[in-house]
Design a protein around this ligand. Structure first.
Ligand code: SR1
Ligand code: MG
Length: 406
């Protein structure tokens, strides 16, 4: 794998397109009227191109380092291959919820994909206090199709094992193992909170039961190769368009994908709903906070219903009986709450925070951050008595509300 390859710029993307027949079929490189670099994530360059006929194209290029930090943190650009292959595999299983991939260039680590300029990043829309009914359900359906279709339930045993091998993604998994499961509890020098939240971060790290639960969750993440999961399914990895009637939901950015526990993807969603609720609560919008928290059940119920719908198609019903289905769903729901705890806490304490909280003024942010940390600690433990999303959401709502500042 080379780390010496030309990085695209707004000035070179048209020539890049012109050199490739697949791309010239999608957009006219001689009539480009607009090129923008819009990468606002932590890792990559993202260009949107538009031609005079109104056709659009996205080029996403993986850099050989973490963009958020710089060249001092090298990172394999092979993640672009993983993302392209996962997007294609997931789209086969759930065509309406993934963008079209035009090509993957293995020499320059570029993915050319469908332009989603008529969509908006869901986190951005949520931060503007918009409501998108049905998106949480779409995401539950997406996770169910992937959970079934890339697993031993939906694939033949040999094919599934080969897929596990192709999807191995050690460097990006390492980021998650460090940033999500370890560093909130063992600071590696990358943690940061407001001075007013320092006692909250200390309490989190000193909570022996939380550390125990996170150790277990980390072990699950590292060992339980259930399905080809997305691996970073927060609200910034989802693009949305329209109201309920003309809704479109697209899942993007699966470079952290690998064979892992299904609850990790659902938990990422739950965590980000909690974070969106914390923002709403901090802004004094309790109706909206309740709506954000209703998304936990929205995603879970849609996941469960879709998984039950597909279950009769399983490959081996001899011992994968209906009892297996009930055990599996109970396991995934318990995991979901545990991973939600991990994902919520990391966005408050560790590197790579959530703009939902970070863009609040400090007075409001203090209570929102504290509420999310307490909610994470509650989710990690209370789930063993009940992992019902309605009950958990109610408890999260109480914690957010009672820790509100200003
Ligand atoms: C160094 S990468 C930091 C974070 O960005 C991604 O969105 C993942 O969540 C990762 O943990
Ligand atoms: Mg991302």
């Amino acid at each position: 794998m080379s780390t010496e390859y030309e990085h695209l710029t707004v000035d070179t993307v048209a020539a890049y397109v012109a050199a490739n027949d697949v791309l010239t079929a999608a957009i006219d490189p001689t009539a480009i009227v607009k090129v923008e670099e819009v990468g606002d994530g932590n890792l990559n360059l993202v260009f949107i191109l538009r031609d005079s006929a109104g056709r659009g194209l996205v080029l996403k290029q993986a850099l050989p380092y973490v963009r958020l930090v710089g060249r001092s943190w090298p990172m394999t650009p092979e993640r672009a291959r993983i993302e392209a292959e996962t997007t294609i595999a997931h789209r086969r299983l759930d065509p309406s919820h993934l963008p079209r991939i035009h090509l993957f260039d293995p020499e320059r680590y570029v993915i050319a994909m469908e332009d989603l300029s008529d969509h908006v990043v869901w986190r951005t829309a949520l931060n503007r206090s918009e409501r998108q009914d049905g998106v949480a359900e779409d995401l539950g359906i997406y996770v169910a199709n992937v959970a079934f279709g890339t697993s031993v339930f939906g694939m033949d045993a040999e094919g599934e094992k080969l897929a596990v091998g192709r999807a191995i993604n050690p460097e990006l998994c390492r980021i998650t193992e460090d940033l999500v499961f370890t560093e909130p509890y063992v600071d590696a020098g990358r943690n940061r909170v407001l001075p007013a939240n320092e006692p909250d971060a200390r309490e989190l790290a000193n909570d022996a039961e939380m550390v125990r639960q996170m150790g277990w969750a980390k072990w699950q993440f590292m060992t339980q190769a259930e399905a080809l999961i997305h691996g970073d399914l927060h609200t910034g990895s989802v693009m949305v368009r329209g109201d309920a009637a003309s809704r479109s939901t697209k899942v993007i950015d699966s470079e952290f994908s690998f064979y892992g526990p299904v609850g990790f993807d659902l938990g990422a969603l739950w965590a980000n709903y909690v974070i969106a609720a914390a923002r709403a609560c901090a802004l004094g919008d309790s109706d909206r906070a309740a709506w954000c928290l209703s998304l936990l059940a929205g995603t879970w119920d849609a996941f469960e219903a879709e998984f039950r719908r597909i279950w009769p198609q399983r490959r081996d019903p001899r011992v994968f009986t209906d009892r297996t289905l009930e055990d599996y769903l109970a396991k995934v729901r318990l995991d979901t709450a545990g991973f939600a705890a991990a994902k919520a806490a990391r966005r408050i304490v560790g590197l790579a925070k959530a703009s939902d909280i970070e863009t609040l003024d400090e007075g409001r942010r203090e209570g929102a951050a504290r509420g999310v940390l307490l909610a994470a600690r509650m989710l990690a433990t209370v789930r063993h008595s009940s992992s019902d999303p309605v009950q958990l959401a109610a408890r999260v709502g109480d914690l957010l509300d009672s820790n509100r500042t200003r």
